[in-house]
Design a protein around this ligand. Structure first.
Ligand code: ADP
Length: 255
């Protein structure tokens, strides 16, 4: 059996007195496409942010590619590792956010090449050649010289996907990537993600309210409520025959 690429064990997360994740455990196999669904506030985005080391953990353990994301102190608590370790671990993971977060004063091409040049020391010509391949993949090769302000929301999000891919991550995290888009722009972004899922062996974790898309995209669906996994399984079963009452209520409301 292959080792999991992500292993989350008894993970706790609190913001002040608010407990957001409550002893959460799950594993992800290399290449798996996972959809995280559930009511707002159930902790889905927090999990992605913790994997991206954008949040500290309150207890438990996260391993990515067999290595702990956080270091254990003598007192038995895990704390953020030093910058060098975080830098090393972040190279495994790319994340696409709800609000694209492109650099507004950089061209599309520069947005994509900046990290490979600065963090991996890639030569400019090589980074640009790779960026052009990625832009071609997301259908935006002709926009390489454009500025973000000249793009539609759907185009910005496709650039953000290309930018996350530029560091060749083994794991991609997508956080509500279509929820800030006008409805007519959603499809073009989903299409790119579908192609990515079908054509690459990257591991992908998707937080979404687009249940139709989650059904098509995912190998496995995790349903969250109050910082715990209430139910999980293949999309066909979760969407057509959920066993837990909370999953049934949620899906009745949203579909
Ligand atoms: P979901 O993605 O399932 O909607 P989130 O992970 O975004 O849920 O949020 C879970 C809970 O944590 C929410 O109640 C949210 O308000 C809270 N939360 C998230 N980030 C912070 C933060 N930085 N400070 C305080 N509370 C936060």
């Amino acid at each position: 059996m292959t080792d999991p690429i992500i292993r989350i064990q008894k993970l706790d997360k609190s913001f002040g007195t608010l407990q957001v994740l409550d002893g959460l455990s799950f594993e992800v196999k290399p290449g798996e496409k996972l959809a995280l669904i559930g009511p707002s506030g159930s902790g889905k985005t927090t999990i992605l942010r913790m994997l991206m080391t954008l949040e500290t953990i309150s207890g438990g353990r996260i391993e990515v590619c067999g290595e702990p994301l956080y270091h254990m102190t003598k007192g038995g608590r895990e704390v953020p590792a030093d910058e060098a370790h975080l830098h090393h671990m972040r190279r495994h993971i790319g994340m696409v956010f709800q609000h694209f977060n492109l650099f507004p004063h950089k061209s599309v091409l520069d947005n994509i090449t900046l990290a490979p040049i600065l963090t991996k020391g890639e030569p400019k010509a090589k980074a640009e050649a790779h960026a052009m391949e990625l832009l071609d993949m997301v259908g935006l090769a002709e926009k390489a010289k454009a500025m973000p302000s000249q793009l539609s929301g759907g185009q910005k999000q496709r650039v953000a996907i290309a930018r996350a891919l530029a560091l060749k991550p083994r794991i991609m995290l997508f956080d509500e990537v279509t929820s800030a888009l006008d409805p007519e722009l959603v499809e073009e972004v989903l299409l790119v993600m579908k192609r990515l899922a079908a054509e690459t062996d990257m591991t992908m974790l998707l937080v979404t309210h687009e249940m139709g898309f989650a059904h098509e995209f995912a190998d496995r669906v995790l349903f969250f409520d109050k910082g715990r996994i209430v139910e999980e399984g293949p999309p066909d079963r979760i969407f057509t025959n959920p066993t837990h009452e909370r999953t049934q209520t949620f899906l009745r409301k949203i579909i």
